[in-house]
Design a protein around this ligand. Structure first.
Ligand code: 13P
Ligand code: SF4
Length: 322
């Protein structure tokens, strides 16, 4: 259960950052943050990264406490790779539509219905689904890992159907695909993106591979959040339209202040659909509370942890140089 945020339990807003820094030292903690977190959290973090970068940072951390500002499956990976650390997640309800849309019992039945397949699972899934997989991939290494699987080996790819289709196109591999989607990346409108490109001559669209094919086909660059930031900063183009959660724009604007970054428009522009509602459950207040109370923590049965670690280790082994 997430902690209730009671006003009188908290330091005044102007002191929050200082108090988080104080608790961090006191607890011998490290703060890891995904690029989709609010900008104040990203600015305070010891390491900001994509799923692969955060998994590596968690693995090599020697801090006693990892305050993981991201979603549940990411904090779970941190615990799997670093079981000695106490891993706290500011809000336990910070889930993911991809992970939630792939229940372990249904995934077991899916695997059983396709015997002899090599199971490739996107890191956006539960530890139980990871434990049934042969290798884990992220958006930054999926293509390279699938390319290393022997050509005659049939593949199951889960749970994101858009990333699967993108990997299929890049590698030419035939795959049985679990039909999951990300509620954020599905909302971008091809029509509105085309209008925006026409209104901004010379602008480029860059997109995360969780987007629909209709959006990806207009993209100049497709990649993970880290890949998108690196491309945006190094590209000679002045205006970039960014089709992913809008939290990444914070790093882009910081690293390339003279460029113009436009969040790709969702179909319904009256909503904040390009913000991940799960990621945004973590706040500075909840980060303060989880460092103060050392809860809520990620706990995992040791047998499950070891079974889920095997395909993650395989991913890390197959991702050297990425
Ligand atoms: P990245 O690994 O590219 O950061 O993606 C994580 C994610 O959840 C995308 O929606
Ligand atoms: Fe999951 Fe989508 Fe949120 Fe990423 S943006 S954590 S894939 S729901």
């Amino acid at each position: 259960m997430p902690l209730p945020v009671l006003k009188d339990e908290l330091p005044p807003a102007w002191k929050l950052e200082e108090e988080i820094e104080r608790l961090k030292k006191e607890r011998n903690a490290v703060i890891l943050s995904h690029y989709y977190q609010e900008s104040e959290i990203q600015d305070l973090a010891d390491h900001v990264g994509d799923s692969l970068g955060l998994a590596r940072a968690a693995q090599k951390s020697d801090a006693k406490v990892i305050a993981f500002c991201g979603v549940h499956f990411m904090a779970e990976v941190a615990k799997i790779l670093n079981p000695e650390s106490t891993v706290v997640l500011p809000d336990m309800k910070a889930g993911c539509s991809l992970a939630d849309g792939c229940p372990p019992d249904q995934f077991r039945a899916f695997i059983d219905a396709h015997p002899g397949h090599f199971v490739v699972s996107y890191i956006n899934c539960s530890a139980a689904v990871k434990a049934m997989s042969d290798v884990i991939v992220t958006s930054s290494n999926a293509v390279k890992i699938v390319q290393q699987i022997p050509k005659d080996q049939p593949i199951i790819f889960a749970p994101d159907k858009h990333l699967a289709r993108y990997v299929q196109k890049q590698t030419g591999r035939d795959m049985v695909i679990w039909q999951g989607t990300c509620i954020v990346h599905e909302t971008f409108s091809e029509k509105k993106i085309i209008e925006l490109l026409l209104r901004n001559p010379g602008a480029e669209l860059i997109a995360h591979p969780e987007c629909e094919e209709a959006v990806l086909r207009h993209a100049k660059y497709i990649g993970s959040t880290t890949g998108l930031i690196k491309y945006a900063v190094s590209s000679p183009v002045q205006t970039l339209i960014v089709a992913t959660e809008e939290g990444v724009l914070h790093q882009m604007r910081r690293d390339a202040p003279n460029k113009s970054f436009i969040p790709a428009p969702p179909e319904d522009e009256s909503c904040a659909c390009n913000q991940c509602p799960y990621m945004r459950l973590n706040t500075m207040e909840k980060l303060y509370l989880c460092l103060r109370d050392l809860k809520p923590t990620i706990e995992m049965d040791e047998e499950l942890r070891l079974a889920a670690k095997r395909p993650i280790d395989k991913m890390l082994e197959m991702s050297t140089g990425i």
